[in-house]
Design a protein around this ligand. Structure first.
Ligand code: WT7
Length: 635
């Protein structure tokens, strides 16, 4: 029997139990039957959780692009691999077949090689959501270069930090990017970033907006002429199962972003398997994930997962509100989308607009709708289910993280009965546990705890680039022998999981995972600021918004608080990016701190949420009187 697809609930339990009892047989069989390998593995999995040392498919040899592209050419060469829907609805959509994708990726791979990029080199990709982004990712994978995609909304200094951390040799960018009615000057941002990045010797620029840009002699080149010259055949590099495939940065609780490293074989097996099952993917479906490819959701479910299954995947350059709030529905109708995967923040924003927008389009092509990125509230869930899915499409609320590589807890469409706000059951192969404060495993149901995973899964990130100790400390030390997710969760009476939110210093704003530390660092750079603390507070559309408690230096220069607020937000925009701007600011004279000097954020969170009921145990506070002062808005 094949384990690749779960067809009904009974089979789910059968596969699940098999995956726990005999994980090696379970994943081994999936890996063997559904992918192309140059050489088989010795061990399916080899690990030591205490040391945070995890390997899957040891000694196996493969190239992931053989599996995302070449493998399909015989049967699906003329099938559309990528539909590109541009920002401007009047610009024609592009249909790229698997044959064309092969040519494009080979050409790009040859350009990279000619420019001196070799296996193991890091390439930073800072591009708009255009086909070149997917092609660049795959071209890196083809030659064994490690791609590090940086979200094209990050500021120059945030890009520079990421480029330097992994010492990228090359940057792939564009003159600019279209987003709604704005143009983003990507090349200009890269120029500024590169002033601090000596490792980068080559920049290749895609023409997208025709924005006039500076080209630095000896470093910068237009990509197009190089592609025209390049051969459209390129031999795929033979990669080890555990060779890094990519680095993707995520926020940490200290200022420095964590470069999560994903390796080749395990990530491939995990994303392919989860894509196929969660979304009930069938041949000829048209899959659309609205995420940005700069985040893990785009890596796994716009690029790798769909292409590994020979699917048609949609790449959308724009935003849900441009030219108006019907854009998503228009695209679903236009391309006859069968699976639509988006984020709660987008759902909430669209639900606020007139129903006319949704009702004016034919959405009958849809068969599965999905949500990812943060907990989906009940109201948004129902709106999505009623108005988008017409109550006939299962809503798959998928819980996972940059660190997990692929979906972990989610309904399998048409198999797992859904329940609003619940991510439901772990996928086969995933073994979640809830831990109590004493670090014991919670056995019963209807209880809340810290969500951990107690057995490795193929898609788990293997390390933090350049800092394995930090990887070990962050994920494997709070609950020894287990991977700690940073999330809290509740398990109901039938074993369904509901994610309750972060239990650490990460705030999820409009689905963007933001560490508070880098934002505080940016605020503290302002000359008037002595200290600051950021917390999240509930926001109708964004899920959470940021609230800053700021202590000013006593210079008295900054009397105009409104201007100061603007300047602080500008500092954040420059250092982190506009997504991290504060919605609210409060100037305070002190912050609630424990005797060991740690800011008690849970108190600030309650104040920010306007909840003054019970501040819990404040006995470890050095300055408990400050709570009343802050709550009363006194400085
Ligand atoms: C954090 C990971 C998963 C890819 C996009 C975000 C939150 C994610 C859900 C969900 C409740 C969710 C968690 C998680 N999260 N999906 N379905 N329900 N919370 O990846 O940026 O690494 O963020 O997003 O808090 O830890 P990420």
């Amino acid at each position: 029997m094949s384990y690749y697809k779960v067809d009904n609930l009974e089979q789910y339990f059968k596969h699940y139990n098999k995956s726990v009892r005999e994980p090696r047989k379970f994943w081994g069989k999936i890996a063997e039957e559904n992918f192309t390998w140059y050489q088989q593995w010795e061990k399916v999995v080899d690990f030591n959780m205490a040391e945070a040392d995890i390997k899957w498919f040891t000694e196996a040899k493969l190239n992931i692009t053989k599996n995302t592209i070449d493998r399909h050419l015989n049967k699906r060469g003329t099938k559309t691999a990528i539909i590109f829907e541009p920002n401007d609805p009047n610009e024609e959509a592009l249909h790229i077949t698997y044959n064309e994708l092969h040519q494009r990726v080979c050409k790009m791979a040859n350009v990279l090689r000619e420019q001196g990029i070799q296996k193991g080199d890091r390439v930073c990709i800072y591009l708009p959501i255009i086909p070149e982004l997917a092609v660049s990712i795959l071209a890196c994978a083809r030659i064994g270069a490690i791609h590090s995609v940086v979200f094209a909304g990050f500021s120059a200094s945030a890009v520079a930090t990421r480029i330097m951390d992994s010492a990228c040799k090359m940057v792939l960018t564009a003159d600019g990017g279209f987003r709604g009615n704005k143009t983003i000057e990507l090349k200009e941002i890269i120029d500024e970033a590169l002033e601090k990045c000596p490792s980068v010797t080559r920049v290749l620029v895609t023409k997208r907006t025709n924005t006039p840009i500076q080209m630095k002699e000896g470093r910068d080149q237009w990509l197009q002429p190089l592609l025209e010259e390049a051969s459209d055949n390129s031999v795929a590099e033979i990669m080890d199962a555990e060779d890094p495939l990519f680095i993707l940065y995520t926020s940490g609780s200290t200022g420095k972003p964590k470069g999560m490293v994903h390796t080749t074989a395990g990530y491939m097996v995990h994303t392919a398997y989860t894509f196929k099952n969660v979304f009930n993917y069938e041949e000829n479906d048209i899959f659309w994930c609205t995420a940005d490819i700069g985040w893990i959701t785009g890596h796994s479910y716009i690029v790798y997962g769909p292409l590994l299954n020979g699917a048609t995947t949609v790449i959308f350059e724009g935003v849900p509100s441009y030219p108006d709030f019907s854009r998503f529905w228009q695209i679903i109708e236009k391309h006859q989308i069968t699976q639509f995967y988006t984020a709660p923040t987008a759902i909430r924003a669209l639900a606020k607009e007139s129903l006319e927008y949704v009702n004016s389009y034919q959405l009958q092509s849809l068969k599965v709708i999905g949500s990812v990125g943060e907990p989906i509230n009940e109201e948004a869930w129902h709106w999505f289910n009623d108005h988008v899915g017409a109550k006939k499409c299962p809503v798959v609320d998928t819980w996972w993280q940059t660190e997990t590589g692929g979906i972990m807890i989610a309904p399998i469409a048409f198999v797992t009965p859904t329940k609003p706000t619940y991510a439901t059951l772990p996928l086969p192969g995933i073994q979640p546990v809830l831990m109590d404060e004493k670090r014991n495993e919670i056995e019963g149901n209807q209880l809340v705890g810290s969500l951990c995973i107690k057995f490795p899964w193929p898609g788990i990130a293997r390390t933090i680039w350049g800092d394995h100790q930090r990887y070990k400390d962050t994920y494997f030390s709070d609950f020894p022998g287990k991977f700690f997710t940073g999330d809290g969760a509740l398990r109901d009476e039938v074993g369904y999981y509901r994610i309750t939110g972060r239990v650490d210093d990460v705030v999820i704003v409009s689905g963007h995972n933001l560490g508070t530390a880098p934002i505080e660092d940016a605020i503290n750079e302002h000359p008037a600021v002595a200290e600051s603390a950021i917390v999240g507070f509930p926001h109708e559309v964004k899920g959470n918004a940021l609230y800053g408690f700021v202590i000013l230096k006593e210079t008295g220069e900054y009397r105009n608080k409104e201007n100061l607020f603007k300047e602080i937000n500008q500092h954040i925009t420059d250092h982190v990016g506009p997504i991290a701007k504060l919605d609210k600011i409060q100037f305070v004279c002190e912050l609630p701190k424990t005797r060991s000097g740690k800011i008690m954020r849970r108190i600030l969170r309650k104040i920010a949420a306007g909840d003054f009921t019970d501040f819990g145990d404040t006995s470890t506070l050095l300055n408990p009187e400050i709570i009343d002062q802050i709550k009363d808005g006194k400085i």
